[in-house]
Design a protein around this ligand. Sequence first.
Ligand code: CTP
Length: 395
Amino acid sequence: MSVYLVGGPVRDLILGRATTDLDLTVAGDAVGYAKALAAHLGAQLTIHAQFGTATLMLGDGLRLDVATARRERYLHPAALPKVFPGTIEDDLFRRDFTVNAMAVRVAPRGEELLDPFDGLKDLSGGFLRVLHAESYRDDPTRIFRGARYAARYRLRFSSRDRQLIRGVLAESVLRRLSTERLFREVKLVLGEPTPEAALKVLQDRGVLRTLDPALAVGNSAVAQMRRVRHAWQRLDRLEMSSSPRRWRVYLLVFLCSISPTVRRRVGEHLGVKGPPLDALIAELRAFRFLQTQLQKQSLRSSRLRHLLDGASTDLRMLLWTSGVKRVRDRVERYLTHLAAVKPALTGRDLTRFGFPPGPKYRRMLDRLLQERLEGRLNSREDEVAFLRRHFGRPR
Ligand code: CTP
């Protein structure tokens, strides 16, 4: 039985890049091999019986996927393939790009590189090349995958690949992808380290305008995506939590640069629908309102706090990086100072002072907060005096 390291990890190994996801292909019984390996390494094992694959978690986030070598057949363009057991050569032939179709034999030992499609040459030449002329038609998601690799590894589609892509786009193959599959690819694109570069590739290859005539990534969106990234780096340095769904912020930036009249349609053409789309549209509407408010010459701190408390983390990021200095400064003041301001007194203090518990507490504490934010109250004593003045003597 032979075991091979295949695909992405081989590519990353050759490029000297760190990887935490390893893929092993076994010419033989993958699940049996995975069980033996997990027992040997003391790793946590999950078996996916219906696919004949298994996953080992090796600690430190290192993940090892084990699969049986297989052959694939596509019965229709853009359909999911039918899978049969096969040789390692079959397994490499079913893959997307030459740079992903390399394997290293790891058992029996020998560390032999299998590179039947000259992936090594393409990797050093900087080319993305599919293995056969039907590849993009079989699986149009490969166009998106290619754009991601192009951006991530600074590769470019070969001239034949450009021609093949033009051909399948003209045949409207993208329309055959389900919205779920399309959206998955869009999320992966937006989840790349530099999504604007991947989007530019999709734009240059005509993919964006094929999805929707109004879909384009302009210079201002590109610039804002870069600002978003810098903002996250700052937040990370400050150890302040930031959005866990980074793709979503990039999607907001992207949609924000598109005319409000066609945003919903464009969102749908990117595979977003239902409540998630409604939420995006509502946030973009709120963005316009908040952008106007935050640009006003005078804006009280309490009002700023109120406005941004009501905005989502993603929306605050959109405002912070929108490129208007006054807005940026105000969001920063909120994040670094105003968001954490609170009165020294609590509901428990109000009870201790003898105020009868009830909805009035909310009003009292809100007033205290407001006065604090405006800088009119600076200590606990100030707050007690304020309460006496405005809410009368406690019981
Ligand atoms: N693959 C493919 N066509 C697809 C999806 C995957 O040919 N539509 C192949 C590719 O050869 C890829 C391998 O399956 O190398 C594993 O897929 P995936 O984990 O998505 O890709 P990686 O190359 O590991 O890329 P990434 O670093 O983005 O995870």
